[in-house]
Design a binder for this molecule. Structure first.
Ligand SMILES: Cc1cc2nc3c(=O)[nH]c(=O)nc-3n(C[C@H](O)[C@H](O)[C@H](O)COP(=O)(O)OP(=O)(O)OC[C@H]3O[C@@H](n4cnc5c(N)ncnc54)[C@H](O)[C@@H]3O)c2cc1C
Length: 372
C-alpha cells in the first residue's frame, strides 16, 4: 500500500516508521522546509514508552530526558514562593519528559530509508474514488495513493479537506499560549520557573540536558479569529498581553519570544472529531484528538495512536475495518487524556487570591519541594 502521511511531527514520523516496518510504502510530506524541532518538554508514558522501546530508541530517549525537577513559582523579585516536585509524580507513572525537538529528531534518525520524506510542500486537494486518492500538492505535482493520513496537527489541512472546516472540531479552552526560545540566564537550572500575574503566566523551562532555555507565555483570552500561521498577528497578541509589563523578567522573555522564528503560538484548544476516518482518509495525533499542551498527553496520544493505526492497517481486513478498530481501541485513552481538570487554572490563576490558594494547595498536597 502507498500511504501519504501529511505532517512529519511526532505522530507522522511514528506512523511512517511502523507502516514501513509492516511492509507498506509511506510518503511523509511536511510543510516546513526541515523538521520542526521547536517546543518545550513533552511526556512519554504508559503504552507510548512500550512503543518507543519497540522502536529501539528508549535508551536514547532516556539519555536525552529533560531532567526537570519541578515547577518553581516566583514572585516579582524572582524569589521562589512555592515549588512543586514533579519527579515524585512522574516516577509514579514511569514517565519520561523529553524536549519535543529531541524526540522529533530521534524519530527522524530511526525512520527506515524506504520512507520518502518531502519537505516544503503540502496537500492542496484530495480526490477519492473507489481505488485510491488523487492528491494535488501545493508545489504543483499530482500523485496517487491508496490511503492518506493527516498527521498535520491541531490545524490539520487534511481534516479540513476531508472532514470539514476546523470550527466544527476545535474546542477553545479560554487561553492563548506561546512556546519559544529563551535566554537561559532567565530561569533556574532544571526547573520550570513560573511567574504569575492575574490571568497571565510567564515562565522559563530549563532542561538539564540543554544549554538553551525555553519560554512559556500564557494568558486568558476569548477565542480570536485569525490565521494561525499569521506570525505578525500572533506577535501583536503577545505584545498586547505582556508588552506593558515590567515586573520580573517578563519584558526580556517577551523579547526572546518575539525574536524566535520558530515560536509556537496558538489558542489552547482540543480537537473533538466525531469520526477519525472518512473513506480512504484518516487522522492521527493532534489532528484527530489534540488534548492540548495543558494535558501533557499530546506526545503519548500521538505515539500510541500512530502505532495502533499502523498495526491495524497491517491486518488483512482492509482499510475500513482497520480505521474502525484503530478508533475503537483508542477512544477510551483519548477521552481520559482530554479530561484535563484544573491544570491550566492552577498554572494561570485568574486573581491574586487564586495564586495564593494555588500555592497553599501545592503545599497541602505534600508536593512542595526544596531547592536542590
Ligand atoms: C513547533 C511545535 C512546538 C510544539 N511545542 C509543544 C510543547 O512545547 N508542548 C506541548 O505539549 N506540545 C507542543 N506541540 C504540540 C505537540 O507536538 C503535539 O501535541 C503532539 O506531539 C502531537 O503531535 P502531532 O505530530 O500530532 O502534531 P504536531 O507536533 O503539531 O506536528 C504536526 C506536523 O505537521 C506539520 N504540518 C502542519 N500542517 C501541515 C500541512 N498542511 N502540510 C504538511 N505538514 C503540515 C507541522 O509543521 C508539524 O511538523 C508543539 C508542536 C509544534 C509543531
Amino acid at each position: 500500500m502507498d500511504i501519504l502521511v501529511v505532517g512529519a511531527g511526532i505522530a507522522g514520523q511514528t506512523l511512517a516508521y511502523w507502516l514501513a516496518r509492516h511492509g507498506m510504502r509511506p510518503t511523509l510530506v511536511e510543510r516546513a522546509p526541515r523538521p520542526r524541532t521547536g517546543g518545550n518538554g513533552v511526556d512519554l508514558r504508559g503504552q507510548a514508552i512500550e512503543v518507543v522501546e519497540r522502536m529501539g530508541i528508549m535508551p536514547r530517549v532516556r539519555a536525552a530526558a529533560a531532567d526537570v525537577r519541578g515547577i518553581a513559582f516566583v514572585d516579582a523579585t524572582g524569589r521562589a514562593v512555592a515549588r512543586i516536585d514533579m519527579r515524585r509524580l512522574q516516577s509514579r507513572g514511569g514517565e519520561v519528559e523529553i524536549m519535543r525537538g529531541d524526540l522529533v529528531a530521534l524519530l527522524r534518525e530511526v525512520t527506515p530509508p524506504e520512507v520518502e520524506y518531502v519537505f516544503g510542500d503540502s496537500v492542496r486537494t484530495l480526490e477519492e474514488d473507489g481505488g485510491g486518492v488523487t492528491v494535488s500538492f501545493e508545489g504543483g505535482s499530482t500523485r496517487r495513493f491508496d490511503l492518506v493520513v493527516g498527521a498535520d496537527g491541531l490545524h490539520s489541512t487534511v481534516r479540513r479537506l476531508a472532514f470539514g472546516p476546523e470550527e466544527r472540531f476545535l474546542r477553545h479552552m479560554g487561553y492563548c499560549f506561546a512556546f519559544a526560545d529563551a535566554d537561559s540566564a532567565l530561569g533556574e537550572d532544571r526547573w520550570m520557573t513560573m511567574y504569575n500575574l492575574p490571568g497571565r503566566m510567564a515562565g522559563v523551562y530549563r532542561s538539564g540536558n540543554h544549554a538553551q532555555a525555553k519560554a512559556y507565555l500564557v494568558f486568558r483570552s476569548e477565542p480570536q479569529a485569525y490565521d494561525h500561521r499569521d506570525l505578525g498577528r500572533q506577535r501583536k497578541m503577545l505584545e498586547e498581553a505582556f508588552g506593558r509589563e515590567t515586573s520580573w523578567r517578563v519584558r526580556e522573555l517577551l523579547d526572546g519570544v518575539l525574536a524566535d522564528p520558530d515560536c509556537y503560538v496558538d489558542m489552547l484548544s482540543q480537537a473533538r472529531v466525531p469520526s477519525w476516518s472518512s473513506g480512504r482518509v484518516a487522522l492521527v495525533g493532534d489532528a484527530a484528538y489534540c488534548a492540548s499542551p495543558a494535558s501533557g498527553a499530546g506526545a503519548e496520544l500521538a505515539v500510541v495512536g500512530a502505532y495502533r493505526l499502523a498495526e491495524e492497517l497491517a491486518g488483512a481486513s482492509g482499510h475500513r475495518a482497520a480505521f474502525q478498530r484503530y478508533e475503537q481501541g483508542l477512544r477510551g485513552l483519548v477521552r481520559s487524556r482530554q479530561r484535563i481538570g484544573p491544570n491550566v487554572r492552577m498554572m494561570v490563576p485568574k486573581s491574586r487570591l487564586g495564586m495564593r490558594t494555588r500555592n497553599l494547595l501545592a503545599s497541602s498536597m505534600g508536593l512542595l519541594a526544596r531547592r536542590q
